[in-house]
Write a protein that binds this ligand. Structure first.
Ligand code: FMN
Length: 188
């Protein structure tokens, strides 16, 4: 079984990635395979509203000039999906919103590509907007008939600061344990 995580931060290996890696460690302890996809240095843009995905129904976005289809493919292949984002103005980053809109619309056009997979949301922030951000991430799962197992949130501004948030770290460890538990239950 495999879990793929998307880190919507433009900062590679920043606080969001650190939190996701704590989830991964718990999953790996239970024998699950993991893959982290970081958006740093990648190009991804929002939906062009061409509606071609509803005509083509080929499990792909018809706009093939960026990283979106690679992400969609990875989501289709995984058993579990983690969406992670730093909080930017009390919401997800523009890159994460682009993924949500593109991957979400292609799924709707194809009768639910990620239906019954297990989803978890992770957010890193300095002070405010965490709940709203998790809500934005969770709406991707809700719209896609993905089973939400939980969420994690950690506080920090500069890279690595999130490690000092003991409660946040505990939260993402528990999230990893819960995700492994649910994936194993569903596979049995
Ligand atoms: C453009 C921008 C907007 C931000 N907006 C918020 C915000 O609304 N609330 C908050 O608590 N932190 C905000 N932050 C701080 C980041 O969420 C915080 O530094 C986080 O740890 C970054 O995670 P990363 O290292 O994974 O990129 C903002 C940072 C940037 C660059």
């Amino acid at each position: 079984m495999k879990v793929v995580a998307f880190n919507g931060s433009p900062r590679k290996d920043g606080n969001t990635a650190i939190l996701i890696n704590y989830v991964f460690r718990e999953l790996e302890k239970e024998g699950l395979e993991t893959e982290l996809v970081q958006f740093s240095g990648k190009k991804i843009h929002g939906c062009r509203a061409c509606y071609k995905c509803f005509e083509n129904k080929d499990r792909r976005c018809s706009v093939k000039d960026d990283f979106a289809n690679e992400c969609i493919e990875k989501m289709i292949d995984a058993d579990g999906i983690i969406l992670g984002s730093p909080v930017y103005f009390a919401d997800v980053t523009a890159e994460m919103k682009a993924l949500i809109d593109r991957a979400g619309f292609v799924s709707l056009a194809n009768n639910g590509l990620y239906k019954n997979k297990v989803g978890a949301s992770v957010a890193a922030l300095r002070r405010t907007g965490g709940i709203h951000t998790l809500d934005s991430l969770n709406h991707f799962f809700l719209a896609g008939q993905i089973i939400i197992v939980g969420r994690g949130i950690g506080i920090g501004r500069n890279i690595g600061e999130v490690e000092k948030d003991e409660e946040g770290i505990q939260m993402v460890k528990t999230l990893g344990q819960r995700m492994a538990w649910l994936l194993k239950k569903l596979s049995g």
